[in-house]
Design a protein around this ligand. Structure first.
Ligand code: MSP
Length: 507
């Protein structure tokens, strides 16, 4: 089976921050998990480089949009690599191959009768690159996202007949109740649709940084239309000489946050229908990472530097924290204090210490060789059905839920070791077989949770599995007892060493 997962493509008008990392890491967990299942996976992320937000930022920085895009796309690429995202391609909408696909598709929209010429008038937010309806405004003239005052603008444009898709979209939502998850986002998108759809302008006359409208080169294609089709265009040129479209389109899961719900859950399916293309199988809408109760965002200035966190604590710790602290799909607050607590109590104590204690006991009591024994029945019962649960949860994009299920077993293992007190068994030669079983059980449990944690903590899991001498990462290996004893274990060191947090820098 093929599995295609995407993140939004991020605007290059600012630096990457934790909010962007969040979606990328979540998509990476899905991609890695599906590879463990033996699926053929394509994972796409990239940058959105056209449009007013970028043109304005370039103007402010005194550089051309292309210079700004080149510089910042590089930063987004680096941050994806730094968080160990295993993306198969990094798309930039300034790629000439992407331009070619966008031109072709908007021409098709016109040929299919979905485009007409008209005049637009309304409140316009240059940061969103979007006109706002009166009911969306705050205090009569403010952008609900950026809280800046907006001007009324008027422009001659090419329009997309979104209004004619009201019925097909309502039908889509009725027929595919899980097309948009979680359910409350499905309802939100549906009520937006039921509230009546207005045509939107497919082109912009005021800027030149973008894909020219093929039949009217004085205008560029509206940045959102240009950007959305990245999900299709990438497949046509990600592998030189090969077109992956038939293999991977329609996308399996598209991840976005709720800020861009309307574009993905309303505009996107309508555009695809209009272009005679298949719709993605699922959109998953996650919530916001909040700091001090506000959405973290460049324009609000409350960002946490992911590089700093990773330099101090490692990449896995950041990945873990993001997906553990905030239930994927809901909003949630993050903080340096919250991070330290999770790092110390869960990663260092519950997982790191479990690993070092267990390995130390195998070294001390069994000369470093995992004993042969059957897994203890009580542990087998606790692990029963775990792989299936994790699979089901990740099929439904419950990224934090799956992690919770795995972590419950990390705690089970700690309790198991605590309850059986192998240090006491080791003193009684008559209980050698019991000790063998407890050690085998703890090691097997550790191995299983590490295979399952691999998508979340790739560096740590690989390191631990290498020390256990069991490097099979496939999901089939994630069953207690799938592997017996006999392996000689290696040196582990500290998985999550204590870190002295630096003094906060003066404001
Ligand atoms: N360029 C558009 C998307 C085009 S997709 C065809 C865009 N870019 S963005 O840089 O603003 O990125 C928005 C996305 O970044 C969100 O949908 C989400 O995936 C991620 N996030 C940015 N800030 C975030 C939080 N504070 N919390 C959670 N996700 C965040 O919109």
């Amino acid at each position: 089976m093929s599995y295609y997962v995407t993140t939004p493509i991020y605007y290059v008008n600012g630096d990457p921050h934790l909010g962007h990392v969040y979606t990328t890491v979540a998509a990476d967990v899905l991609a890695r998990h599906m590879r463990q299942r033996g699926e053929e996976v394509f994972f796409l992320t990239g940058t959105d480089e056209h449009g007013e937000p970028v043109a304005h930022a370039a103007e402010r920085a005194g550089v051309t949009p292309r210079e700004l895009a080149d510089r910042n796309a590089e930063r987004f690429k680096r941050v994806a690599a730094r968080v160990n995202a295993s993306n198969d391609f990094f798309i930039r909408t300034s790629d000439p191959e992407h331009h070619a696909v966008v031109s072709k598709i908007v021409s098709r929209l016109k040929q299919n009768g979905h485009v007409y010429e008209g005049t637009y008038e309304g409140f316009y937010c240059p940061r969103c690159a979007d006109f706002k309806t009166d009911s969306e405004l705050i205090d009569d003239d403010k952008c609900p996202i950026h809280l800046i005052e907006l001007q009324r603008e008027k422009e001659d444009n090419w329009f997309f007949r979104l209004s004619t898709f009201q019925e097909p979209l309502e039908k889509l939502y009725a027929e595919r109740p899980e097309w948009v998850l979680p359910g409350h986002r499905h309802n939100e998108a549906l009520s937006f649709i039921q509230g009546g759809l207005r045509d939107f302008s497919l082109s912009r006359a005021r800027i030149s940084w973008g894909v020219p409208v093929p039949w009217d080169p004085d205008q560029v294609v509206y940045v959102w239309v240009d950007a959305l089709f990245n999900y299709c265009s990438a497949l046509s040129y990600a592998r030189p000489g090969e077109d992956l479209t038939d293999r991977f389109w329609p996308a399996t899961v598209q991840l976005i946050a709720k800020d861009i719900l309307k574009f993905h859950a309303v505009f996107w399916p309508a555009l695809l229908m209009a272009a005679d293309l298949e719709l993605p199988e699922r959109l998953f809408i996650h919530g916001y990472l909040l700091m001090d109760d506000h959405k973290m965002s460049k324009s609000l200035g409350n960002v946490l530097d992911p590089f700093q966190v990773m330099d101090l604590y490692g990449t896995d710790a950041l990945r873990y924290y993001l997906l553990r602290e905030v239930a994927f799909g809901q909003d949630g607050s993050i903080s340096p204090e919250g991070f330290e607590t999770r790092y110390n109590t869960e990663l260092a104590n519950e997982y790191g210490n479990l690993a070092s204690r267990t390995l130390a006991m195998v070294a001390r009591y069994r000369d470093g060789v995992v004993p042969e024994a059957d897994p203890p029945a009580e542990l087998a019962a606790e692990f029963e059905g775990l792989v299936e649960t994790v699979r089901e949860r990740l099929d439904r994009v419950e990224v934090s839920g799956a992690l919770e299920d795995i972590w419950t077993r990390v705690r089970v293992l700690n309790r198991f070791v605590q309850d059986h007190e192998p240090w006491k068994l080791a003193k009684d030669p008559e209980r050698a077989a019991d000790l063998d079983q407890v050690l085998l059980g703890a090691i097997e449990g550790l191995r299983v949770v590490s295979v399952l944690l691999h998508p979340y903590l790739p560096e740590t899991a690989e390191r631990l599995l290498a020390v256990l001498g069991r490097e099979d990462l496939s999901l089939d290996a994630a069953r207690l007892g799938a592997v017996g004893g006999g392996a000689r274990i290696g040196e582990l060191g500290q998985l999550f060493p204590k870190v002295e947090a630096p003094e906060p820098s003066p404001a």
